[in-house]
Design a protein around this ligand. Structure first.
Ligand code: CAA
Length: 258
């Protein structure tokens, strides 16, 4: 497996795990982290033996944001010229479902990284927010756009404009988090969920994610067309025949992921 400097990567069954590993900086997301997380996710995405990806951090911090020390001296031209957060586009585009397992701080770019994932599981010690306004900037890794889609305009506007942080319970209530679990159970619950998703037929999982993603981008009629086409396409897979035969024969399906 590739050697990484800022992340730990391992495969557990059919699940690819990416653990942010810059404890001295509370997993602040510098350019190296962006490149490595994206490279690891893209490699897992190309592997038919992987049915789900998990991104997690430490107990204290999922990620405390983009690396402020790396950005401090940059000019506008540097930001644009280097496409500073550009690597994350490829991360957000993977076909495989990604679960963010969030313990501790998910601030700024950390919150935005979690929102690039499909499911956010949070420990009850998690803290989310977009505090960029306190630094004289605004969210730059998708925060304004994805937060509105998650929680609606008025909640998003309050959080982005004030920089107020929200604890796990409020994050779940406003729809930013899929589920909150006791912090001590976070990794076990994440493993259970990731294994469940990875046990499903891969073509149907890809189709489900692509169709859910389309809902973020399209008007209803167009989104329903995407769903219709994706649904129909699955009827050429071996797993659709197996899944429906297994139902009729009252047994568990044995998916071959084709
Ligand atoms: N960038 C760079 N370094 C960071 C960092 C960040 N986002 N967050 C924390 N660190 C570093 C600290 O500088 C400190 O390093 P030193 O020991 O060398 O000083 C180390 O991590 C530990 O942090 P603290 O001592 O501050 O830890 P704490 O427990 O007292 O506070 C915290 C924790 C409240 C999360 C605090 O670290 C903090 O406020 N961090 C910044 C949060 C933030 O503003 N995030 C947004 C960043 S901008 C952004 O993300 C732009 C975007 O949209 C993409």
């Amino acid at each position: 497996m590739t050697e990484y400097e800022t992340i730990l990567v391992d495969q557990r069954g059919r699940v690819g795990w990416i653990t942010l590993n810059r404890p001295q900086a509370l997993n602040a997301l510098n350019s190296r982290v962006a490149e490595e997380v994206t490279a690891a996710a893209v490699a897992f995405d190309a592997d038919a033996g992987i049915g789900a990806i998990v991104v997690t951090g430490s107990e204290k911090a999922f990620a405390a944001g983009a690396d402020i020390k790396e950005m401090e001296g940059m000019t506008s031209a540097d930001m644009i010229g280097t496409d500073h957060f550009g690597a994350w586009r490829d991360f957000a585009a993977v076909r495989t479902p990604v679960i963010a397992a969030v313990s501790g701080y998910a601030l700024g770019g950390g919150c935005e990284l979690a929102m690039m994932c499909d499911i956010i599981l949070a420990g009850d010690n998690a803290v989310f927010g977009q505090p960029e306004i306190n630094l004289g900037v605004i969210p730059g890794m998708g925060g304004t756009q994805r937060l509105i889609r998650a929680v609606g305009y008025y909640k998003a506007a309050e959080l982005v404009l004030s920089g107020r942080l929200v604890k796990a319970e409020e994050a779940e209530r406003i729809g930013l988090v899929s589920r909150v679990v006791p912090a001590s159970d976070l990794l076990a619950e994440t493993t259970k969920l990731a294994d469940t998703i990875a046990s499903k037929s891969l073509p149907s999982v890809y189709a489900a994610k692509a169709t859910l993603d389309a809902a973020m981008e399209t008007p209803l009629t167009e989104g329903l067309e995407v769903e219709r086409a994706q649904f129909a396409a699955l009827f050429d897979t071996a797993d659709q025949k197996e899944g429906m035969a297994a139902f009729r024969e009252k047994r568990e399906p044995d998916f071959v992921h084709r």
